[in-house]
Write a protein that binds this ligand. Structure first.
Ligand code: ZN
Length: 259
């Protein structure tokens, strides 16, 4: 399998061969450009599995899918919860810690209604991917602490902000004992403004084992959700929580110190 480690060694080999052949400086420049292109292409593809394993779908042939909502809670979360209740669907919410702090009751409500709360960092900082491993882990741990204070368990499932994966994020995910979860269907609900277009896109993407990425920070998502679930049901799909689809433990139990 092509990954960061064997690709890096391959390029080291090419540099050594070039050195042995007394190649021109342009050869090294070409190798540098090729290596950088591969690095960034893989970093921005959540399903590349180049730097770290990220679970993006299930290999099941059963008509089962999972839906996930990132970046909330927000003012649109209650309407999304109402629709999920109506269709008796359990979803995953990869919340941002600081948004949970703004909506603590919604956080408890998510859990009470059977939805999963995953870690999507505390800050979702624009430059999160430029943080050091220690700084990333501290940010993720702050989010865990907020969830723990609200519902008494710590998230195990982590969704990388912006879907970007990097070697130093892998180190933080490993050190924190998280399982990285991606998606196989990006709804583009933060970009598409036409409800019918968004609905058609996600309905056309229905397939066994798919994990859908939505955002509960978007009005359009709440607007099309009922129709999407209606269409999925009509086509015989069952929506299951992502941890159940992937057969994972969703939380780390918190040991209460009684002394
Ligand atoms: Zn996000």
């Amino acid at each position: 399998m092509i990954n960061f480690v064997n690709t890096s060694w391959f390029f080291v080999g090419l540099v050594l061969i070039s050195f042995g052949m007394q190649a021109s400086v342009w050869v090294y420049f070409g190798l540098y450009i090729a290596y950088t292109a591969i690095f960034f292409r893989a970093a921005f593809d959540v399903s590349s599995n180049f730097f770290m394993p990220v679970l993006c779908s299930s290999p099941t042939v059963a008509k089962e899918i999972a839906i996930s909502f990132d970046d909330g809670p927000s003012e649109y979360t209650p309407e999304i919860l109402r629709i999920l209740d109506q269709y008796q669907v359990e979803a995953a919410f990869f919340c941002i810690g600081k948004h949970l702090a703004d909506h603590p009751t919604l956080g408890q409500e998510l859990h009470r209604r059977g939805h999963l709360i995953g870690n999507h960092t505390d800050s979702h900082h624009f430059w999160f991917d430029c943080f050091t491993t220690g700084h990333m882990l501290a940010d993720m741990r702050r989010m865990d602490a907020r969830v723990e204070a609200l519902i008494g368990v710590r998230p195990r499932l982590f969704r990388p902000p912006y879907g970007v994966t990097l070697p130093w994020l892998k180190a933080a995910v490993d050190a924190g004992g998280y399982e990285a979860i991606g998606w196989s269907v990006r709804s583009l609900d933060t970009i598409i403004n036409d409800e019918q277009k968004l609905l058609n896109k996600v309905v056309a993407a229905l397939e066994p084992g798919a994990i859908f990425l939505f955002h509960d920070t978007r009005k359009i998502t709440a607007a099309i959700l009922a129709q999407f679930l209606e269409q999925a049901t009509l086509q015989g799909y069952r929506v299951v929580r992502v941890d159940k689809l992937l057969n994972l433990e969703p939380y780390v139990p918190v040991l209460v110190n009684r002394f």
